[in-house]
Design a protein around this ligand. Structure first.
Ligand code: NI
Length: 147
């Protein structure tokens, strides 16, 4: 950055337990100060908000656990899969035990659309513990410095 950004200071109130745990973790992560760690957290949060609501291209992994015996679940998952066939690049299915299955979907498409798929999936009865990991793909023009 060419010129130094101006900063604003503000007071933040934390419960003792929360700040205690936070201090412990930021020290373990190697942060020099609370401010530095908080700035990183805010940047991450903002970037994620921007990404999830955006039109930009993204890739994602979507992992979820479900009970395969739940009535109608296989049909509903299959239906959703066909509805989003454009976004679902690949999938892995693992039988976790007698009742539960783990499925991981690899997705590609508009961030907004991938989030919509994740939301729709989580809403299906019998699906639990869904986690989506979304990674934004930079626009091609951002690579122009590369030789
Ligand atoms: Ni299974």
């Amino acid at each position: 950055m060419k010129q130094k950004d101006s900063v604003q200071r503000f007071g933040v109130a934390f419960e003792n337990d929360l700040i205690g745990e936070f201090d412990k973790e930021i020290a373990a992560a190697g942060y020099g100060s609370r401010s530095e760690a908080l700035r990183d957290l805010v940047r991450l949060w903002l970037a994620e908000r921007r990404l999830r609501s955006g039109e930009g291209k993204a890739v994602a992994s979507l992992a979820f656990i479900y009970h395969h015996e739940r009535r109608d679940i296989s049909r509903r998952l299959n239906q959703l899969g066909h509805q989003f066939y454009h976004e679902i690049v690949n999938s892995i299915h693992i039988h976790l035990d007698e009742h539960r299955c783990l499925e991981v979907l690899i997705l590609r498409g508009r961030a907004q659309e991938l989030q919509r798929l994740a939301d729709r999936l989580s809403a299906i009865k019998g699906v639990e513990q869904g986690r989506v990991c979304l990674i934004g793909l930079p626009e091609k023009r951002q690579h122009k410095k590369r030789r």
